[in-house]
Design a protein around this ligand. Structure first.
Ligand code: ADP
Length: 722
């Protein structure tokens, strides 16, 4: 049976204090022989006032000789000297009536402008010896242990009165009992001298009273409590102890040789107890005690000595606080900690934690095994030695940003394996904050993303091949017009060269004319070379490069290549290119491929239109969100709204000879530039295809990944902090 729920140490201290107070109260009455009865009662009141922090405490005793009652009282320090026992008595009379027999046990009255809670305790079997009143400004006065102290004090006052009455104030007994709880011996009795039989009778009587006191005091304590003799023998135990163990006091006396204490805890308990008895110091042990049901429960055992007036230990009081629940909780915590540790050790990631200043204080085994460091080597900033030198600055500034913002964040970086090879990891850090939002710890996990990185790279490679293929196909369509484009300057060169020859052959030679024709020849040569250069750029499959681009200029170049084809297709072209357009950062060839694709598609879409002009307009401008936009507006048939979503899917085509990859490639190019591409139906006939990408100041694009192979990744801190 569980007698007692777990008590906090605070509760245990409270009980200990209560027990000390009780033993002091009991001890006081035994000092009766050393002073007058009124002095004893006055001391008792003084003691209660201090112990219970009372506003006042008051006693009214009936004097069997005189008719007038004897009044004694003590008030709190603040009232000292102002209010005497008589004044207290009259306040009580006014508030409760003049007959103390009718005063209620508990009452709330006004006293010196304060509201006080009163407790009245009648003295004597029928309250015929008087009354004791205690008052506190606390509304919840008296709580359980305060009541206990008042009851014991009232009992002691009655005992003292009963003992003191026969010879009243004139009584001059010898030091019958020096030590408050020590049992008197024949020696002490005989020292009293005279009327030996009577003295012996009184000693036995007082011994009996004291035994009753000890038992009643112990019984009044709600926690399992035992009283031991100074030598360490069990003397008295209270009901909770008897009920828990289900054994007699005699059986409990042999606790050190029976199965009462768990065998594993017996030796430490005996040692602690022996040491306490030897040194006279309080002791504490935690041990398992076998209950009446045969089950052991954990107890916190606190033993403290009770001393007589001369400082000798007269008894030991041993409190036994049930801590089974706490022990179980501790065990559960240990188990869950072990489980957590197992999880952390087996998790397929590198787990770590860091102090608020960012220095690391924990690495899981997996982490240490991976980098091949000892825990000490990795501590603080030691782990950074394994970060790839090229990624260290980026990782450090990301880490600083997390700490400055106190937000979770992630950053990719390469980490060296014990064998010297590097793998890509995603470093992810999460803060643990206290109630005021301060970071008290960082927890992190680094996930191996090497495979993902490789897959991304392969994807980019495939995309690049596809884009190239699409470009070559588009250029195929342009061959005729390009041939024409190149042919024109070539024809010009031939004509100019002939003219030059003629001018030089004249007599006299026309040198000025020849110089002019050579200049024209040069101009045409350069023009042809420009065209070839642009074509080569578009045909070549080169690693993408990141550079600032004037989108208007790039558009004009594409138009120059397409112009001839557009003419042949009967398309009239207009342009509306915005002035002061911000530059964009990215790959020029890739963006030109997108523009070329949109122009070709528009021209294709209008090829079947005969009933209206085939009009195409290319415009550029700024979008609201500081993006640069390019639109290609046509007067073709448009598209069905149901398929709008699919236009950008790979292999979607409505053309007999189409591949359906132009728009899909365009989309991946635009998205790699952190932009978007979309199609809309015009108010009139036709459709408008547009894309927009952030202006240069908005985003820095780094093209060329760690291996220098065409990665395109935003490197802005906002994303890293995420
Ligand atoms: P392809 O040109 O090989 O068909 P695209 O991916 O470039 O591949 O285009 C996919 C489809 O989108 C086209 O087949 C066509 O149906 C539609 N489309 C593209 N541009 C236009 C446009 N300007 N007007 C109407 N439909 C268009």
């Amino acid at each position: 049976m569980v007698i007692n729920r777990e008590h906090s140490t605070e509760e245990s201290r409270r009980l200990q204090q209560c027990f000390n107070d009780l033993s002091q109260i009991v001890a006081l009455s035994t000092a009766l022989g050393r002073g007058s009865l009124s002095q004893l009662v006055a001391d008792l009141l003084e003691m209660l006032l201090g112990m219970l922090h009372l506003e006042f405490v008051y006693v009214r005793l009936k004097d069997p000789v005189n008719a007038a009652p004897i009044e004694l009282g003590r008030t709190a320090k603040s009232l000292d000297g102002f209010i005497g026992p008589k004044e207290i008595g009259s306040v009580l009379n006014n508030a409760l009536g003049s007959n103390p027999q009718t005063w209620p046990a508990n009452e709330q009255i006004a006293f010196c402008d304060k509201s006080v809670s009163l407790v009245s305790l009648r003295l004597g079997p029928q309250g015929d010896m008087g009354i004791l009143v205690a008052a506190s400004t606390r509304a919840d006065f008296p709580e359980e242990t305060e009541r206990l102290r008042l009851d014991v004090a009232a009992n002691q006052a009655v005992i003292a009165l009963q003992q003191g009455r026969p010879s009243s104030e004139a009584r001059q007994p010898a030091n019958a009992v020096d030590e408050p709880l020590a049992q008197p011996t024949i020696d002490t009795v005989s020292r009293e001298g005279g009327g030996e039989l009577e003295q012996l009778r009184r000693a036995v009587e007082s011994l009996r009273l004291r035994e009753i006191d000890i038992q009643s005091v112990v019984d009044a304590i709600p926690a399992p409590t035992s009283i031991m003799t100074a030598e360490g023998e069990v003397e008295a135990v209270n009901r909770p102890v008897l009920e828990y163990f289900g054994r007699s006091v005699d059986e409990l006396r042999h606790w050190s040789t029976s199965d009462i204490v768990h065998p594993d805890d017996l030796q430490p308990t005996i040692s602690a107890w022996r040491l306490a008895v030897e040194t006279g110091e309080p002791y504490e042990v935690e041990s398992r005690h076998r209950g009446s049901d045969g089950v052991y429960r954990w107890f916190h055992v606190r033993g403290f000595p009770l001393r007589g007036s001369d400082g000798h230990i007269v008894r030991w009081c041993v409190l036994q606080i049930d801590i089974e629940d706490r022990k179980r909780a501790e065990q559960a915590l240990r188990t869950s900690e072990r489980n957590l540790y197992l999880i952390i050790s087996t998790i397929p990631g590198l787990v770590w934690s860091a102090r608020p200043d960012g220095s690391a204080d924990f690495f899981n085994q997996h982490y240490l095994d991976y980098v091949g460091f000892s825990s000490e080597q990795a501590q603080d900033w030691g782990w950074t030695a394994a970060v790839h030198p090229e990624d260290l600055d980026g990782l450090a500034s990301a880490w600083q940003a997390f700490m400055a913002t106190r937000q979770a964040g992630e950053k990719e970086a390469r980490l060296r394996r014990f064998d010297g090879s590097y793998r890509w990891f995603l470093f992810r850090a999460n803060p643990l904050r206290d109630d005021s939002g301060n970071v008290i710890k960082w927890f992190g996990i680094n996930t191996d993303i090497e495979d993902r990185k490789r897959a991304e790279e392969e994807l980019r490679d495939t995309q690049a091949k596809l884009a190239h293929m699409a470009r070559v196909m588009m250029m195929g369509e342009l061959t005729a017009s390009i041939a024409h484009e190149v042919n024109q300057p070539l024809a010009g060169i031939v004509t100019n060269a002939n003219t030059c020859l003629r001018m030089l052959a004249a007599d006299p030679p026309n040198v000025a004319g020849a110089r002019e024709t050579v200049r024209r020849t040069l101009r045409d040569g350069n023009r042809a070379s420009d065209i070839i250069g642009r074509l080569r750029a578009l045909f070549n499959r080169k690693a993408p490069v990141s550079q600032p681009i004037d989108l208007n200029e790039a558009t004009r170049e594409v138009i120059a290549l397409s112009l001839n084809k557009l003419h042949r297709d009967g398309v009239s072209l207009r342009t509306r290119l915005a002035e002061d357009l911000p530059r964009v950062t990215g790959d020029r060839v890739q963006l030109q491929q997108v523009i070329l694709n949109l122009l070709n598609n528009a021209a294709d879409a209008m090829s079947a239109i005969d009933d209206r002009p085939r009009e195409l307009m290319v415009s550029t401008g700024r979008d609201e969100d500081s993006c640069v936009r390019l639109s290609v507006h046509d007067s073709g048939p448009g598209f069905d709204l149901e398929v709008a979503e699919r236009l950008f899917d790979a292999f979607y085509t409505t053309k007999g000879d189409g591949m359906g990859i132009g728009l899909s490639v365009s989309r991946s190019i635009v998205e790699n530039h952190h932009g978007r591409i979309w199609a809309a139906l015009n108010d009139g006939p036709g459709a408008t295809f547009s894309f927009s990408i952030p202006g240069s100041s908005e985003v820095t694009i780094s093209i060329g990944g760690p291996e220098g192979k065409g990665t395109l990744a935003a490197n802005n801190i906002a994303r890293d902090v995420g």
